[in-house]
Design a protein around this ligand. Structure first.
Ligand SMILES: NC(=O)c1ccc[n+]([C@@H]2O[C@H](COP(=O)([O-])OP(=O)(O)OC[C@H]3O[C@@H](n4cnc5c(N)ncnc54)[C@H](O)[C@@H]3O)[C@@H](O)[C@H]2O)c1
Length: 371
């Protein structure tokens, strides 16, 4: 199969969808891999390493896309990339369509087959291609939050662990999944006082058991969130309703109850954000202030630690990439019921219910497309 790996063009996105090790594996299986020159540079993978792995380097971006049957990316395609996509091609990448109507319609218009990393499932009901990036983002959320609490960033001037004689900061994490657990774990490690709120009792049980009472677990209700808003110095938004836009759990009105200089880190911004006042930011201007509260809402947090993230992401994507390359998308999805929900758009139609619901579109059962 002709496989293409374009260079990511989203602002400050340095990850790449395939490492030289991955390229070697695909070439070894008889596939042709074309990597856009410089695609791996930001993650520390030189062009020469891809060449040594048997990949073909291509400087002209149009030619990278043109001849490809399977396109591997990291972030959702940007407008100029959507324009390059055509019927007969398969795109495998993060899409997050439920928060992006124009992208959804653009992909439908392309006629291509679009498979999203984030809606592929596993036997435990988890999201195995979201998990590695969620781990990275969760861990980064506390680094970002701690930095935002500094006075020069508009924060309250609070040090997360406090010092002897000065109490540590209070951190609340809303959503105790992969992002939330990793954020809570980092905050605990830094000595903060940590509360995790979740709607899932089994999840709260797991956290309680795993951390032996070192973090507080609280069932997530409007009242519980209100209490966290009044008390905490740093709140991390880490909720997810798979494939759907994030619910707005902190309203603009509630900001008035927060301490001046407190910080909101909305990791769920890639699903539209879970705070009413969140709007996506980039690594060049990661924060802004609303009513005295610092907001950090970077939609591609793992891009800032591109090397770690690329390795973690490709460890998880490679089995799916090899299945797509070896068997083609129909057989690969037919053989794996957990791969099947990855299909979001095919030949002009939406195949993922939550995305269709978000925009009042009709959804087609992906199983019906497998022949
Ligand atoms: N900004 C970034 O760079 C970045 C990177 C990775 C992941 N994310 C996003 O982070 C979010 C969380 O991802 P995850 O992998 O941790 O998901 P997850 O499914 O592991 O966890 C989500 C948790 O949210 C809980 N939840 C749902 N509704 C809730 C509510 N009303 N109150 C409290 N908890 C609630 C669920 O029970 C679940 O435990 C997603 O939106 C994901 O797309 C963003």
């Amino acid at each position: 199969m002709q496989i293409a790996v374009p260079k990511e063009i989203k602002n400050h996105e340095y990850r790449v969808a395939l490492t030289p090790t991955g390229a070697r594996e695909l070439v070894g299986r008889g596939h042709t891999v074309t990597v856009q020159a410089g695609a791996g540079e930001g993650a520390g993978f030189a062009d020469a390493a891809y060449e040594a792995a048997g990949a073909r380097l291509e400087a002209d971006v149009a030619r990278v896309w043109e001849g490809a049957e399977l396109i591997l990316k990291v972030k959702e395609p940007q407008a100029e990339e959507v324009a390059r996509l055509k019927a007969g091609q398969t795109l495998f990448t993060y899409l997050h369509l439920a928060a992006e109507e124009s992208l959804t319609r653009g992909l439908m218009a392309s006629g291509a087959t679009c498979i999203a990393y984030e809606t592929i499932t596993d036997r435990q009901g988890g999201l195995p291609l979201l998990a590695p990036m969620s781990t990275v983002a969760g861990r980064m959320a506390i680094q970002a939050g701690a930095h935002s609490l500094e006075k020069a960033q508009g924060g309250a001037g609070v040090l997360l662990p406090g010092v002897p004689g000065v109490a540590p900061a209070r951190v609340a994490v809303i959503g105790g999944g992969v992002v939330g657990e990793n954020a809570a774990r980092m905050a605990l490690g830094l000595g903060a006082e940590v509360t995790v709120l979740d709607k899932s009792i089994p999840r709260l049980e797991t956290l309680d058991d795993r951390y032996q009472g070192r973090m507080k677990t609280v069932f997530s209700t409007a009242d519980a969130i209100d209490e966290a808003v009044c008390e905490c110095d740093l709140i991390v938004g880490a909720v997810l309703i798979p494939g759907a836009a994030a619910p707005k759990l902190i309203t603009r009105e509630m900001l008035a109850e927060m301490k001046p200089g407190s910080v909101l880190v909305d990791v769920a911004i890639d699903q539209g954000g879970c705070f009413e006042t969140s709007r996506a930011t980039t690594h060049t201007g990661p924060t802004y202030i609303v009513d005295g509260v610092v907001h950090y809402c970077v939609a591609n947090m793992p891009g800032a630690v591109a090397r770690t993230s690329t390795q973690a992401l490709t460890n998880a994507t490679m089995p799916f990439v090899t299945a797509l390359a070896d068997k083609g998308w129909q057989q690969a999805l037919a053989d794996d019921p957990h791969f099947l929900p990855g299909l979001n758009v095919h030949d002009g139609r939406v195949t993922y219910q939550a995305v269709a619901d978000a925009f009042g579109l009709e959804s087609v059962d992906p199983a019906s497309l497998l022949g």
